[in-house]
Design a protein around this ligand. Structure first.
Ligand code: REL
Length: 833
């Protein structure tokens, strides 16, 4: 949805231009529907079934916009007027229009051309010719978008832009291959949305996420120019292969089928591994049972367009059964990989020519690090830490592997230290930064986004797929804002789109500081500190309430100005996530105020208690509206008010919190790494780079490119450095300098996240933001979305000082630093200076 097309509306005509890197500037008008012209659609009856599907979808799209349903033709002799011709470049049909095609082996590209009088039967042809079936589909859907049908017309009820007459201005185009080969989603944690909705509302005949639902998912993927799926896999859902229609649908839509990190060989263990009859899912004690189980699937799926997940974990998201040590698991894994590839060879063909991935999720990274020898042609699939920070990417040796690498990334997560299954709040600026880093280190084979169950991750999914298609378009740190603006303006119009983009940006910025799902500080999270500072109660809390208050007011003001047709889309894409996040925040922020006034001010206490239950009920109200009111009940059961019933979704219990002590706010000095440095020396070109949207300052500072090397040099003479000058009126005894950064991980396995910190001409102290595994520090970091490291000094005298920060490892992204007295609490957020 990047501003790829320029729409100009003149009277009743739509004139559209395709801009592509190697477009010839040769344009023509093509009348699809006018008072005198009604184009038909010709597709290749010998072509891929997807050609027929997309031809029919295009016809429906034209009808959605103009009210006219074009005739669909497979016999060239029948046409006499304007025709849209759809097919593969190598087909006889397309070659009869465009002549012989000499390009070979292009991946997912398409050409679009307008031809005058191409033959005696056709006045004018708009030819969409793909290098392969998906290439053709992407070409067709580019026309759908141009006539005003959003990829989200069905999944978010974005209304088509009605036009009685449709005339397209087409520039002859040859598109380029996507930069990332496999791009797709993982439907995960469907238990609270997609599954109950499919069961009760959309596909009751199957009672599950079945072929009818998958057809809609696959259509959406193609409209987003994606190509792959890891299907739903939780206990509430039957295995993808359980319904033969699912597989057939994937074949017809040419969607590449994979499976999650826990489900090797296209199996879905939760549903398919029957412990009572098959024994333990244990390669040590039940090798034959497990191998037969895998072989059955490879045989069944041999004609599927598949990507095989190799390796073995537990039945679901857990470590390998039967392995007592990392060494034992790693040794067994080597045999497992050999056996799995032998199955592929037996049933499909040379393993080197079948796409396979090895996903280093959670404990599997330890096995890989232990020294696992991965066959060179297997794609190494790196993963984030479930919270949007990629744990590791390829070093220079790994980059040489023929299988290349990819990334499995979360926009939704079930698990510890805390889920975020409800609202989709991962900041697009973070996705941009992490995925570009992946791309720059060679991860261009496969990108899979865990979208939870699609809604309400619509925008995130669109963003991720556009980024995967061409990361080069997102080089500018602020490019995500332009993308968002384009997305909302295309749907809601230019003025409304601009306002919505500002609101959505604020929504992501607020969730950076704390996600709505983490507001409870409860159960699976580190508990809320018992000491509450005056600053937190008197400044942070009201400031955050006020920002959400203002966002709520903006939604309420804009909502009645949105057209009737756009109301359902507005509720799904704007109101529900923003008002939901606001209600969840206010519920907890008022809870804190209620607790604060306990025993001191009964009136205030009661007022806040009422607010807490008001906002608790507000979430129920909004969710009921989503499920029952909008789009005439189409989305009944898709939205859950309390996924997994975690404490954060309950009415907070205030009695347990009343022991909070309030302490005075200590004096702190805060400096923004971005804005406040006085000098930057020896940085590579374009660095240090301000990353808009990242960090508490929303302007964190990237110190080096992703492929830079670490500079370990005890003299620090060659290291890049930043200096900050400051002045104290009074001396500080026992000062503590705390540096905050984005809680990311070293770029590759050879690096750390070190900085050298020096005050004046003193010693250089090393700090390292690297966290180990799922340590307590890592948990704290991902929940507050910030890493902190402190150094302590004896004294800082009154007068002028210089802080120098030396760059050692390239991955560090600095946010701000705080000088306070040792032992004093540091505010959660940045005080306004
Ligand atoms: O997010 C993940 O990749 C895993 O945690 C999932 O595979 C798993 O199904 C999880 O949602 C629940 O157990």
């Amino acid at each position: 949805m990047f501003k790829q097309f320029v729409f100009l509306s003149i009277n009743i005509f739509w004139f559209c231009q395709i801009q592509s890197a190697n477009a010839q500037h040769d344009s023509a008008l093509f009348e699809v529907v006018t008072s005198t012209e009604k184009a038909s659609i010709i597709y290749d009856k010998h072509g891929s079934p997807l050609d027929s599907i997309t031809a029919h979808l295009l016809a429906s799209d034209i009808e959605r916009v103009s009210g006219y349903l074009p005739k669909l033709i497979t016999d060239l002799n029948l046409s006499s007027n304007n025709a849209i011709v759809i097919g593969n470049k190598q087909s006889a049909l397309i070659q009869s229009f465009l002549g012989k095609d000499n390009s070979s082996n292009e991946w997912e590209t398409y050409a679009i051309q307008v031809l005058e009088k191409p033959n005696s039967k056709i006045d004018k042809a708009l030819v969409i010719a793909g290098s392969d079936a998906r290439g053709t589909a992407y070409g067709v859907f580019s026309i759908s978008e141009k006539i005003g049908v959003s990829p989200w017309y069905w999944w978010a009820d974005v209304p088509p832009k009605k036009q009685k007459e449709l005339v397209l201005k087409i520039e002859n185009t040859q598109s380029k291959s996507p930069k990332v080969k496999y791009r797709g989603i993982f439907i995960n944690d469907e238990d609270w949305g997609l599954q109950p909705w499919a069961k009760q509302t959309f596909e009751p005949e199957t009672g599950d996420i079945g072929p009818k639902t998958y057809a809609k998912v696959f259509e959406l993927l193609l409209r987003l120019r994606a190509n792959s799926i890891w299907p739903a896999m939780h206990p509430s859902t039957k295995a993808f292969f359980h319904y033969p229609g699912n597989r057939k649908m994937a074949e017809k839509y040419e969607i590449v089928l994979g499976s999650s990190h826990a489900e090797p060989m296209l199996r879905n263990n939760v549903d398919e591994w029957e412990h009572d009859t098959m024994g333990d899912f244990n390669y040590f004690s039940n090798k034959k049972g497990v191998l037969d189980y895998w072989e059955d699937r490879v045989d069944e799926a041999k004609n599927v367009n598949g990507i095989y997940t190799l390796g073995m974990r537990g039945v679901h998201d857990s470590g390998m059964e039967g392995a007592k040590t990392t060494a034992g698991a790693a040794t067994m894994l080597k045999d497992i990989l050999k056996d799995q590839r032998a199955l592929i060879k037996k049933h499909i063909g040379k393993p080197e020519s079948v796409p396979q991935v090895f996903t280093v999720y959670k404990e599997v990274l330890d096995l890989y690090d232990y020294g696992l020898e991965l066959p060179d042609d297997v794609t190494l699939m790196w993963t984030d830490d479930n919270y949007g920070y990629i744990r590791r990417l390829s070093n220079s040796e790994e980059r040489k592997r023929s299988g290349g690498s990819g990334v499995y990334y979360h926009a939704s997560y079930w698990g510890r230290p805390h889920d975020y299954l409800w609202l989709s709040t991962t900041h697009p600026a973070l996705i941009r930064e992490e995925m570009l880093k992946a791309y720059d280190t060679g991860a261009d084979k496969i990108w899979i986004l865990n979208v939870g169950d699609i809604k309400p991750a619509e925008y995130t999914m669109q963003f991720f797929m556009d980024l995967a298609f061409d990361p080069e378009k997102f080089r500018e740190p602020a490019s995500y804002k332009a993308h968002m603006l384009s997305f909302y303006q295309d749907i809601f119009g230019s003025v409304e789109g601009e306002k919505i983009t500002a609101m959505r940006n604020a929504y992501y910025n607020l969730a950076w500081i704390r996600k709505p799902e983490f507001m409870g500080w409860s159960q699976t999270e580190p508990t809320r500190p018992t000491q509450v500072t005056e600053f937190s109660i008197k400044e942070e809390n009201p400031a955050r309430i006020a920002t959400y208050q203002s966002l709520t007011a903006q939604v309420k003001k804009l909502s009645p100005t949105i057209s009737k047709e756009n109301q359902d889309a507005f509720f799904q894409l704007v109101s529900y996530p923003i008002l939901g996040a606001a209600a969840m925040n206010k519920k907890y922020l008022y809870r804190d105020l209620q607790v604060y006034h306990h025993n001191t001010n009964e009136k205030e206490f009661e007022k806040y208690r009422d607010s807490v239950s008001f906002y608790h009920n507000k979430i129920n109200e909004l969710t009921d509206h989503y499920n029952q009111e909008i789009a005439s009940g189409k989305w009944n059961a898709i939205m859950h008010r309390a996924p997994r019933g975690l404490p954060v979704f309950k009415l907070p219990d205030t009695t347990i919190e009343t022991t909070n002590q309030t302490v005075e706010t200590p004096k702190v000095e805060i400096y923004k790494a971005v804005a406040d440095y006085d000098n930057a020396s020896k940085f590579e070109k374009e660095f240090p780079k301000k990353l808009t949207g990242l960090g508490y300052t929303q302007n964190a500072l990237q110190v080096a490119s992703a492929t830079a090397t670490s500079k370990v040099d005890t003299t620090f003479k060659k290291n890049a450095s930043l200096t900050y000058k400051f002045n104290f009126e009074e001396a500080i005894q026992k000062p503590q300098i705390t540096i905050t950064a984005i809680p990311n991980h070293p770029i590759n396995g050879d690096q750390k996240l070190r900085l050298g910190i020096q005050i004046d001409k003193g010693d250089i102290n090393l700090i390292d933001f690297k966290t180990s595994g799922r340590s307590e520090t890592w948990k704290l970091n991902v929940l507050r979305n910030q890493a902190r490291k402190s150094i302590e000094l004896e004294e800082l005298s009154a007068g002028k000082h210089t802080l120098t920060i030396y760059v050692i490892d390239p991955g560090v992204i600095l946010d701000y630093f705080v000088i306070t007295q040792s032992g004093n609490p540091i505010p959660y957020t940045l005080p306004k200076n």
